[in-house]
Structures are given as C-alpha cells and as structure tokens.
Design a protein around this ligand. Structure first.
Ligand SMILES: [Zn+2]
Length: 420
C-alpha cells in the first residue's frame, strides 16, 4: 500500500489523489498567484493583477472555487455602504504542507496551510553529524509535523519540502554535499521521504528556500528580480531573475560566501583564503574579535567576555554603541567586507533590490546597514547602485522552513519560479 501513513483518513487520501491528478492550468495558476500575493481580491482586481480578461477570470474563479482552492465571500467590512463587493481568497483548508530546514547544528520544522499561513513549528537544536542518523532525524521531524497537522480543519497533506544548507540537486532531489556533515554525499533524500510519506517531496538549498519565502511573504513580495543574501552561520545567496530562481549550470549558483574579498585573509572551510564567509559569518566575526582581544587592543570586551571566550554578537554591538575601539574596528571591517561583496554582485546582476538576512544582519543591522550602503555606493557603478535598494529581510525567523514548505505549493501550482 502506497499511502499507509497512520495519521491519514480515507477522505484525505481521496482528496489528495484528486488534487495530484488535476493539473492546474497556467491561467488558473495566474489567478491563484494573484490572489496569493494580494489576499482578498474582487474578480476585477484579479483581472488587473493577472492580465486575464474579466470574462476569463470569472470562469476560472468559478472553477477554482468548486475545486476548493479559493473561497468566496465578503471579507472586507464596509459598514453601511450597501452591497459588499464579493472577493475571493486562498482557501487555507484546501491542504497544508510541511517544511524542514537543516542548518549547521539546527533542524526546524514548520507547516503552512495552502494560503501560506504558518500552522505548526518545532525546533531541534541537537542534530546528528552522522549521515544515516541525520536522515532518520529529518524523517522523524517530518512525521511528527504530519501527525500534529492531521486534523480535518487543515485539509490533507499536500507534500513535504526540505531545505538543506549545502549543495543540492533540486531536480533529482539529491543532497550532493553538505559542508557541516562529513560523508553526507549523493543522498536521494527526496526519494526517501517520498517513499516514507507517499506525497510529493521537494528539496532545495536552505538559502534558496529563504529567498522564496521572502518573495512570497516578505521584503521581495511583488519583485520579479532581486538578490537575497544570508549572513549568519554561513554566508549564501538566493538569486531570483525574472521570476525564476537562478540555479546555474550545475545547480550550485549563489555561493556568495566563497567570493574572495581579501587575498591573504583567513582560511575558509572551502580551502581558499579570504572568502567572504571566512570574514563575516557569525563564527568568523567572533574569531576576529577574539584575535583582537588577544593582541591586547584595549577594550571593555576583554573583561566582559572573559578574554573573549564568552563573546557574542550582542556583546560586540553594545560595546560598539558605547564607543569601544575594538568593537568599532570589528564593525567597520564587517561593513567593508559585506559592502565589497554586495557591490560586486550589484555590478553583475543589476538586481534592483538586495535583501539582507541572517543572524549577523538581524543582530547588527542597526549598526552596519548604513555603513554597508555607504561602501556599496562608493564601490558599485553609480548608475546601477543609485537604482538599487538595500533592505533588511521582513522575515527574521523561520523563513528557511517556511520557504521549504512553500516549494510544495509552488510545485502544485506549476509555478516556474522553481525553475527545476
Ligand atoms: Zn570559501
């Protein structure tokens, strides 16, 4: 039996098989995407947003309402104004998808309903570094989320999305290489999960998942081209060009962390020197601060952090605000290094918008964002940089797993953004 998962009910399975069999047409997807991006829309507004004629939109909306993907109603209150306009919105109860995000030392699981709203969250901070155990941990986290969401109100399970910090082949659903997990190579993770749960499974790089979440729910909503830069445990990027995730010839695009910024800089995990990741990842920043403390630069951090042993990004921020010289040097270097990296990317891609995210950005944006922008303006071509917005993510937490869950919805709608 293909679908023997314990939490499932007969009715769910019927519904799921029906929904997988139905191929959503391009024009139906255009309607669904317009409604998903904007919330409640009247048929005339859907027509404006999708470029489809009003007559076509009326027919498609009827089809999608009877398929259970859209619901109709007067969701906007307009007191005393006569007949309320009839609007449609995504039907969250159509189904839900599970998203997992694996980052070094951290596994997070979420579930979102068909309209994108989060309905479940779970986090594990102890993650095995043994590939076999890790795969079991991932599958167990998915099973737990599936069980937790197996209620009629949330509709059937539409699929599972997995984001992994590493090199992945999204097309075949294979983890090619994962820097944090030695020996975890060429694993057909999506196929394993599909076999276990009997639903569609999508796999992608975790930073690309974050970029997708930003595009659907965050700072890049309604943008067709942008760069998403993650600076935290590692450094990476998601490149969205003309409404498609750009993957590169080998599926390995976006290794922003390994562009060389300082020729003779610190050694990087990849074997090169002076990579951006070796300069501005959380660990790299803390190592640099410790190095300066050890070299006896006078600083309040020496005393506060036991000679640097207990130092955090928060310590560096508070010290920088009070004018501590060492913290000021560290912050200046972060601005310079990120600024150089961003300026190079802007010159190559002309992205219009750069969204910065990740632990370093979340903790330090108040201090570094202006400096990064100043360096970008100085180094990138003026004609491009003056037309480029540099902004912070609007999804400070959980965007990796939310994006992973969103992969399933994109695939269900046949959206080309996945570009696989
Ligand atoms: Zn590197």
């Amino acid at each position: 039996v293909k679908r023997s998962y314990s939490g499932w009910k007969e009715a769910d399975i019927d519904h799921l098989e029906r929904s997988q069999r139905d191929v959503i047409s391009r024009s139906q997807a255009a309607v669904l995407n317009a409604v998903r991006d904007s919330g409640n829309l009247s048929r005339a507004q859907v027509s404006d947003a999708s470029g489809l004629s009003l007559a076509t939109v009326k027919r498609l909306v009827d089809e999608l309402v009877s398929a259970g993907m859209l619901v109709e109603g007067s969701f906007v209150s307009s007191p005393g104004r006569g007949r309320k306009p009839s609007v449609v919105r995504m039907n969250g109860a159509y189904g839900h998808s599970i998203g997992l995000a694996l980052q070094p030392g951290r596994l997070r699981a979420t579930a979102i309903s068909f309209d994108g709203s989060p309905i479940y969250h779970e986090e594990a901070l102890s993650v095995s570094r043994e590939p076999g155990e890790l795969v079991e941990q991932l599958l167990a986290a998915a099973a737990k989320a599936i069980d937790a969401c197996a209620t009629a109100a949330q509709g059937p399970l539409l699929g599972v999305g997995i984001g992994v910090a590493g090199l992945v082949d999204a097309r075949s659903g294979t983890v090619l290489y994962c820097p944090g997990i030695p020996g975890w190579e060429n694993t057909a993770l999506a196929a394993l999960a599909r076999e276990r749960f009997g639903v569609p499974v999508c796999l992608d790089d975790s930073v690309r998942c974050m970029a997708l979440a930003e595009k659907r729910y965050g700072a890049a909503k309604s943008l067709s081209t942008f760069l998403f830069l993650y600076i935290g445990l590692g450094v990476g990027s998601g490149i969205v060009l003309d409404n498609r995730i750009y993957r590169g010839a080998n599926g390995a695009s976006g290794e922003f962390g390994h562009i060389t910024v300082k020729e003779h800089g610190p050694l990087c995990k990849c074997g090169n020197r002076g990579c951006l990741e070796a300069l501005v990842s959380t660990e790299a920043i803390l190592a640099r601060a410790r190095e300066l403390i050890a070299s006896r630069v006078y600083t309040s951090l020496d005393h506060q952090t036991d000679g640097g042993s207990s130092i955090s990004l928060g310590h560096i921020c508070s010290a920088a605000v009070t004018g501590d010289r060492l913290a000021g040097v560290v912050v200046g270097e972060i601005e310079e290094n990120i600024g150089i990296g961003v300026a190079n990317l802007i010159n190559v891609f002309d992205p219009g918008t750069v969204v910065l995210a990740g632990e370093v950005v979340e903790e330090m944006h108040g201090l570094i964002l202006e400096g990064v922008e100043r360096i970008v303006r100085r180094r990138a071509l003026h004609a491009i940089s003056q037309r480029t917005a540099i902004t912070k993510s609007l999804l400070p937490v959980h965007s990796g797993e939310r994006g992973a869950a969103t992969l399933v919805i994109e695939e269900l709608l046949g959206n080309q953004i996945l570009n696989v």
